[in-house]
Design a binder for this molecule. Structure first.
Ligand code: FAD
Length: 473
């Protein structure tokens, strides 16, 4: 597709995408915002425009902050397409998406991917048993369907989101059988040197302390620096076994929620083969971006947690900066105007980033998480174990793409989203080479499964220009 349908296309209506769209609209750019969810909000403000008031109250003021953003977006004149899942982006920035079972294409000289983060995999023995979920998945059910897990729930892992979900479930009346924290105690010492800078973000620290106090006051059993986690059960989960304070523990559970932080969702930036770095602190890939979010592919920008994990409040100014960069590239702003408008977003971003080194050090995932036992399944889709990945390394595989050819590891419907980082890390250890040299899976379209009929419909519908006028609510 060569002709442009818009000035700017944005993928993802979380805080970064919404903020980018509002900035672009204020500059008169013809902007299209696509999101596979049915409503704006992204992960943090998921379902914000339709959530029942009782659930919104339970999720707290941080969640309700999204109401203002979504309302402004609705009035902005930005063309909005929800339920629109992007499954391909070509290097000329043609975007192919599917909505209502039909694929369509759009193109703009500037494209912002604000596709956010995803939860890091927690490959521990038994994690594929029914009843084991990511903590974020439990939160998605709460936000989108007002549903909570029933029975005894154990949360295990590390990171602020683990505590947040625990508090939200507690407030929703869920019976928490325990919280099993896996951050090694050495993390605390490493985090301490970042505390003075983090004190600049004292509201954030206070929020964390309030969550801990809330859980302790409710009498939820809490365990620190746990190791040797194993989900026990036959047909489904029955308990979580682990070691803490040199003692073996067994917590009976009907549901186990795992969480080890979030990592940038790089499927789209990898599809476009832009340059990526291995982040030695966050232990994940991130696309290389400049101050305006632009990647090594001209016109393609990444904003928000998809560029580096920095949280929702940093995602907003990040989206603004990406949109300003796009406006400047299109000649809508000169350099001076662009710098002037960027100053406030830069200031906010700087303040929001003050807490990151502390959080990254405190919640650095334990080393054992990237070194699963041989019997542990790492690729859930194709049921490939860590032992099989190691065996392939010993047979001469030099990277994830070779292990994929020989074992189908990473070839299932999730396209390696879940196992990608773990496989890179296992190979890195086994081959004695850094992850940056071992590399990552090549990502190919479709990014997510698409029915053949939808692809076939592309030939008929071709571009959005030929389709019905869009609803802009
Ligand atoms: C499961 C989960 C729950 C979280 N909950 C919280 C929370 O409660 N509080 C908090 O502070 N932080 C939370 N976070 C962290 C949070 O994601 C961010 O800090 C913040 O939402 C990042 O904003 P963003 O705009 O970069 O991305 P997001 O908010 O993640 O928005 C990305 C958007 O892109 C869309 N998208 C992705 N791929 C495609 C595609 N191919 N086609 C179309 N649309 C696509 C998604 O549907 C999503 O709406 C959560 C993270 C995860 C993974």
């Amino acid at each position: 597709m060569s002709a442009s349908t818009h000035d700017l296309v944005i993928i993802g209506a979380g805080p970064a995408g919404m903020s980018a769209a509002l900035t672009a609209a204020s500059l008169g750019m013809k902007t299209l915002l696509l999101d596979e969810q049915l409503r704006p909000g992204g992960q943090i403000y998921r379902n914000i425009t339709a959530v029942p008031p009782s659930v919104a109250a339970l999720l707290g003021p941080d969640y309700r902050h999204g109401e203002g953003l979504a309302a402004r977006l609705g009035r902005s004149g930005v063309e909005l397409r929800f339920g629109a899942m992007v499954w391909d982006v070509a290097r000329d920035l043609t975007v192919t998406a599917q909505q209502d079972g039909q694929s369509f294409q759009v193109r703009a000289p500037q494209l912002i991917a604000a596709t956010g983060a995803m939860e890091r995999a927690s490959p521990i023995p038994g994690w594929t048993l029914p009843g084991v979920l990511n903590a974020g998945a439990a939160q998605i059910a709460l936000k989108s369907a007002s549903a909570v897990p029933s029975g005894r729930v154990v949360l295990a892992g590390s990171g602020p989101l683990l505590l947040l979900v625990a508090c939200q479930l507690l407030d929703a009346g869920v019976s928490l059988a325990g919280i099993v924290e896996t951050s090694p105690s050495t993390n605390r010492w490493r985090a301490l040197r970042h505390l003075p800078a983090a004190l600049g973000a004292h509201a954030y620290l206070a929020k964390g302390l309030r969550m801990l106090w809330r859980l302790r006051r409710a009498g939820v059993p809490m365990f620190a620096a746990a190791t040797s986690l194993r989900v026990e059960g036959g047909e489904r989960v029955q308990a979580l076994a682990f070691k803490a304070d040199r003692i073996d523990h067994l917590l009976h559970a009907d549901v186990v929620l795992l969480h080890h932080g979030v990592v940038p969702n790089t499927q789209l930036s990898r599809l476009l083969r832009v340059d990526h770095d291995w982040d030695l602190v966050q232990l994940a890939w991130r696309p290389q971006v400049n101050a305006w979010g632009e990647t090594s592919l001209a016109g393609f920008r990444v904003a928000g947690d998809g560029a580096a994990i920095a949280g929702a409040q940093a995602a907003e100014p990040n989206g603004t900066l990406a949109a300003l960069g796009a406006a400047q590239a299109l000649g809508r702003l000169d350099v001076t105007e662009c710098e002037q408008r960027a100053a406030s977003a830069r200031g906010t971003l700087k303040r929001q980033l003050r807490i990151r080194p502390f959080l990254d050090a405190l919640y650095r995932p334990p080393e054992w998480l990237s070194d699963p036992t041989d019997e542990t399944v790492v690729c859930r889709c194709e049921e490939v174990t860590a032992g099989r990945v190691r065996e392939m390394a010993r047979l001469g595989c030099q990277g994830p793409n070779q292990t994929k050819f020989f074992s189908r590891c990473g070839m299932g419907p999730c396209q390696g989203r879940v196992c990608g980082l773990t496989v890179t890390q296992i190979l890195s250890t086994e081959l004695g080479r850094p992850p940056s040299e071992v590399g990552a899976y090549h990502i190919r379209s479709p990014l997510k499964p698409v029915p053949l009929a939808s692809i076939a419909a592309l030939a008929d519908t071709a571009t959005i220009e030929n389709s019905e006028p869009m609803e802009t609510t």
